[in-house]
Design a protein around this ligand. Structure first.
Ligand SMILES: *Cc1c(COP(=O)(O)O)cnc(C)c1O
Length: 235
């Protein structure tokens, strides 16, 4: 097999994940098509992304800026929506602002200011979700619920970014009822924070193992890697 060939049938993976999403929409009374799929392609080769793109997938999520830029350049002929979902480093904000359509992991006002200022003129505002750390563990990325009102006040006037929702990455859990708890909490936080001027329509939550639970609780975007592409290359 050529080194760059996908290790997994991306078209079959995409069909399977899309079927899970459609089934969950039906089961939980969500309008058909209301849950969008972000294909998480970190540590997957560009050829796997190209295969999924050819099968109809347009939005891809990456966690590491340098790795992503190699793939963005390799796939420049494809009109892909690139989403940054990894930890933001201050010295990478310029590249994120220039190369991505979305950021899911905003959790720092200084990063928001830099991303807004560095968003190139002529590009639409960078769409941003605020990452929320629901367990409150200091080692986890994201803002706590208590941090959010001040964060939204500070980000409100920044040109170049559009803060449009919340994202969370909970601890894995086996049971649906346990998986649903943090997703319900994120939805409730969004409902508390949303205003007519700041509707926060996006809930970025749910991955390969818990996307049904996230859809039950109102996810509008699920971020799915392994179930779509198969196992990732080691870090
Ligand atoms: C890797 C990753 C995912 C996808 O995880 P899978 O379990 O492979 O579906 C989703 N969100 C974030 C933030 C990630 O880093």
């Amino acid at each position: 097999m050529p080194v760059d060939a996908p290790l997994h049938d991306a078209a079959a993976g995409l069909a399977a994940v899309s079927a899970r999403i459609r089934a969950a929409e039906t089961r939980w009374g969500r309008p058909p098509g209301s849950v969008h799929l972000l294909a998480v392609s970190k540590r997957q080769p560009a050829a796997a992304i190209a295969a999924a793109w050819a099968a109809g997938q347009a939005a891809f999520g990456e966690s590491y800026v340098q790795e992503a830029i190699g793939k963005i350049d390799a796939l420049a002929a494809h009109p892909i929506d690139w989403h940054f979902i990894g930890r933001i480093q201050r010295n990478k904000t310029r590249e994120i602002a220039a190369r991505f359509a979305w950021v899911h992991s905003l959790a720092d006002v200084q990063h928001a200011l830099r991303l807004g200022a560095q968003r190139p003129a002529g590009m639409p505002p960078l769409r941003c979700c605020v990452q929320v750390n629901l367990s409150g563990e200091a080692s986890k990325a994201g803002l706590t619920a208590a941090d959010l009102p001040a964060f939204f006040d500070a980000c409100g006037g920044i040109a170049g970014i559009d803060v449009c929702g919340l994202m969370t990455l909970p601890e894995p859990a086996a049971e649906l009822s346990v998986q649903r708890r943090p997703f319900a909490a994120l939805r409730q936080l969004r409902n508390q924070l949303a205003t007519p001027a700041r509707p926060l329509p996006v809930l970025s939550m749910g991955m390969s193992d818990d996307l049904e639970a996230a859809i039950a609780e109102g996810a509008t975007m699920v971020r799915v890697g392994t179930a779509l592409f198969g196992p990732r290359a080691p870090a």
